[in-house]
Write a protein that binds this ligand. Structure first.
Ligand code: SF4
Length: 426
């Protein structure tokens, strides 16, 4: 039986050169492949990395998130015409199950691998159901990912590894909030040893690598002998923990990514996020002192933001000496408080769903902001990227760190970001 595990980009791209240098290999599809016994003929197509070519399957499992939803639905419609049984999974399916059910034969909600294990059993007895919805348990266990099925042509491969899911924090724009659960450390170590046969560069995919501080310290201590190079997303509170940073460094941490979200105190309150803004400079220096690079991310579009927010944020990020940043525009994704609120207030700019889901990505304005026009927000977002990743800004930020290995690692992103933003048409 031929099974396709598919993940589409928001729009079809011809930018194949992106796949030549660095492949950020997402682990979700290899984890799903591991649920199937070896007798199944499984093919992974992750358009971001492997590219995508259309073909019918016996079963296609499509990973759906909000901004690829309309393309995923189109693909599902075509596949079903070609007699493929379409299964849909993903955050968007969790948030909009009724919508997804119009395009899928089966949807899987709740704890993904558990739902899929049931589906595989039913598949063998030809009794596949319309919906699988498995309860989320406190303990998470995942089979070893099938990296052998994930083919890339890239010079550098970065492998995703998930050691936990969910996050106990309550940030109201984030769809990872809630249901925190983690894997046994030994299970993760086995996976890392196996993954190292392919690449020693790891991106931990935990929404918040640091929630259970002692657990992560134990995990990091145990991976020191593996001599990996890795990065992870965490919250700013771990930057206050010298022991955490020391162990992270010894374990091969090159980069910590943290959501700083906004420089405005009133905005931070709006996001319901825990902040210690007055200490950012000191905290980020703590990581820099250990030789760990920091990506601090900011989001534009809160009701308190006005047109001054863009230059002020870039300056703040440069003053912090961040090696990397990611600017985004607030996206009212379904399932979050913002979607409900903006819908109620009539502020959503695109409401022809599902076609309009493609606009709901963090580089596009999808709502009317309070203190500027949608165009000002969009232009300000481009301006911030250009300014932060200008050649002078890169030199100023990185030159003082020329002795750090982690700085060279961040060049892999600073340089392409500089080139892309120089040629970006607003
Ligand atoms: S801390 Fe990060 S992962 Fe956790 S809910 Fe907030 S934004 Fe999401």
């Amino acid at each position: 039986m031929h099974i396709g595990l598919l993940n589409l980009e928001r729009k079809r791209t011809k930018k194949n050169y992106r796949r030549i240098f660095v492949a950020g290999m997402e682990v979700k599809l290899p984890y799903i492949a591991a649920v199937f016994p070896e007798k199944f003929d499984i093919e992974i197509q992750d358009e971001f990395v492997t590219g995508f070519s259309y073909k019918p399957y016996d079963i296609a499992i499509i990973s759906v998130y909000t901004n690829n939803a309309s393309r995923s639905y189109d693909l599902a419609t075509k596949l079903r015409k070609d007699k493929t049984h379409v299964v849909m999974i993903g955050k968007h399916v969790e948030a909009m199950p009724e919508e997804a059910m119009q395009y899928a034969d089966t949807i899987v909600l709740g704890e993904l691998e558990k739902g899929l294990e049931k589906l595989v059993k039913d598949l063998e007895s030809n009794t596949i159901k319309k919906v699988y919805n498995e309860k989320i348990n406190k303990n998470l266990s995942i089979k070893q990912p099938r990296w052998d099925l994930y083919k890339t042509n890239a010079l550098i491969e970065i492998a995703g590894v998930g050691t936990s899911r969910g996050c106990p924090r309550l940030c109201n724009f984030c769809n990872s909030s809630g249901d925190y659960r983690k894997r046994e450390i030994e299970e993760v170590i086995t996976e890392l040893i196996k993954t190292k046969e392919r690449t020693s560069i790891i991106a931990f995919k935990d929404p918040n690598f640091g929630v259970d501080r002692e657990h992560y310290k134990e995990l990091m201590t145990k991976i020191i002998p593996l001599k990996l190079n890795w990065g992870a997303q965490t919250d700013i509170s771990v930057f206050n923990d010298e022991e955490f940073l020391d162990i992270a460094k010894d374990a091969g941490c090159l980069l910590l990514e943290v959501g700083l979200e906004s420089i405005s105190k009133s905005v931070r309150g709006n996001y319901n996020k825990m902040f210690i803004p007055d200490q950012y400079s000191k905290l980020i220096k703590n990581a820099h002192k250990k030789g760990i690079a920091v990506r601090g991310n900011f989001m534009f579009g809160s009701d308190n933001d006005d047109i001054n927010i863009f230059d002020n944020t870039v300056k703040f990020a440069q003053d912090l000496g961040l090696e990397l940043t990611r600017f985004s525009i607030l996206v009212p994704v379904p399932g979050t408080q913002y979607f409900t609120q903006f819908q109620k207030e009539g502020r959503l700019l695109y409401t022809n769903f599902p076609q309009d889901w493609k606009h709901y990505n963090n580089g596009q304005v999808t709502f009317t902001p309070k203190n500027m026009t949608p165009r000002e927000l969009q232009q300000g977002y481009y301006h911030a990227w250009k300014k932060f990743y200008s050649p002078t800004s890169i030199i100023k930020r990185l030159a003082p760190k020329f002795m750090n290995k982690s700085m060279y690692f961040t060049l892999l992103e600073n340089v392409p970001s500089c080139v892309i933003n120089m040629f970006r048409k607003n």
